[in-house]
Write a protein that binds this ligand. Structure first.
Ligand SMILES: *Cc1c(COP(=O)(O)O)cnc(C)c1O
Length: 384
């Protein structure tokens, strides 16, 4: 099998798994217990916190463990909204955010908060100056993602963060697609809150964190025990947290190498597709884009047909659309970038990672052009 869907999730690094196993077997103690047996678990959680903090250049107290990116986003959005509701009820975000950000915004809108959703240009980038103009006296939070999961485009978060700081507004970024892939320094970037998720960088599913800058107050979403300094109740997912910590350490140590390797594979795949398949356009920013992501539209083919045909050849890739009760809705990200419904329906996302090889790229470049050619023949010979 050739796995080309690393933006959806990544395989667990075997070194992460070996670090996790003792906490699923012999070290099963609750980290909050008093006896010495629980010390190993407690220390492991704190060591993982130090590793995550180090990956972000944050302090240890600024890391709150969550069940993943979705919870971190919910905690940032709702936590700030509930904490600052007396100060203001206006939040600014962008149209190309992940559903794990847009849906908490919808929830808050129903609770009486006002959401301004900024548009993007054809590369999927928001205009920082337009963002600046939309900040009001009652704005409490700006949330703009670091890199988009579909097309890979980066947002100018450094510039946005500095605007927010100047205006005295909190800035959150969903960095689930960048943490572990590229250096992310929260201090240097000027970020107040940041979401990350272990399973997007070779860690386990169900583990993530919210970076909360010292001094930023959020209302906890879960009421219960006093774990995570009262910021996230519930017995810690010890093995998951340990896995996240090791994944963070490995990412820090191997980031450069991984980027070099994966970028070369992605570039080869892109060049090959552009050479071998006519009528292809590459989406997202040509340069300011994740090094592992390739997103294309291929005229006259439906993305789900391409995905299914690739699947028959044991290649896992993703379309630009979500299947909702049988009907295929074209991606709102692509629509926001100005692509037509027709174009958006022909999208293919290929996202690579550290376990991909030259052979994977070569095989994909053999299979995909044939798949597209056959589908185009079919669509030309049918009326629907
Ligand atoms: C995957 C992803 C999420 C959700 O993270 P989970 O850990 O799966 O909940 C949020 N935002 C972005 C940009 C993502 O790619």
């Amino acid at each position: 099998m050739i796995y080309l869907d690393y933006n959806a999730t990544t395989p667990l690094d075997r070194r992460v798994l070996s670090g996790m196993l003792p906490f699923l077997k012999k070290n099963y103690a609750n980290p909050s217990s008093l006896y010495r047996f629980s010390q190993t678990a407690r220390r492991a959680v704190e060591e993982a916190r130090a590793r995550v903090a180090e990956l972000l250049s944050a302090s240890i107290e600024e890391i709150v463990f969550t069940s993943g990116g979705t919870e971190a986003n919910n905690m940032a959005l709702k936590g700030v909204a509930f904490a600052l509701a007396d100060k203001g009820r206006h939040i600014i975000t962008s149209v190309i955010e992940h559903s794990a950000l847009l849906n908490p915004c919808k929830f808050l809108e129903a609770q009486g908060f006002e959401i301004t959703t900024l548009p993007v240009d054809r590369y999927g980038v928001i205009d920082a100056q337009e963002l600046k103009k939309s900040i009001r006296t009652d704005t409490i939070l700006v949330s703009v993602m670091h890199a988009n999961n579909e097309v890979g485009t980066f947002q100018p978060i450094r510039e946005i963060a500095s605007i927010c700081r100047e205006k005295g507004v909190l800035f959150h970024t969903d960095a689930v697609q960048t943490v572990g892939k590229i250096p992310v320094n929260v201090k240097e970037l000027g970020i107040d809150l940041l979401s990350l998720s272990a399973h997007k960088f070779y860690g386990p599913k169900g583990a993530g964190a919210l970076y909360l800058r010292k001094g930023v107050k959020v209302t906890a979403l879960l009421d219960g025990g006093h774990q995570e300094k009262d910021r996230r109740a519930g017995t810690e997912n010890v093995s998951g947290i340990v896995g996240l910590g090791i994944a963070a350490q490995l990412a820090r140590d191997e980031m450069r190498e991984t980027e070099k390797k994966v970028r070369a594979l992605r570039d080869a795949l892109q060049a090959g597709i552009q050479k071998k398949i006519p009528k292809v356009t590459v989406n997202g920013h040509p340069v300011n884009r994740l090094y592992n992501t390739l997103h294309v539209c291929m005229e006259d083919v439906a993305s789900e047909s391409v995905i299914i045909n690739l699947d028959f050849k044991n290649i896992c890739a993703s379309g630009g659309s979500a299947c909702l009760s049988g009907s295929v809705t074209p991606s709102y990200v692509l629509r926001a970038m100005g692509l037509s419904i027709q174009e958006a329906r022909s999208a293919l996302r290929v996202s690579l990672g550290k376990y991909n090889t030259r052979e994977d790229v070569e095989k994909t470049l053999k299979v995909l052009p044939i798949v597209v050619k056959n589908l185009r023949k079919l669509s030309a010979s049918s009326l629907c």
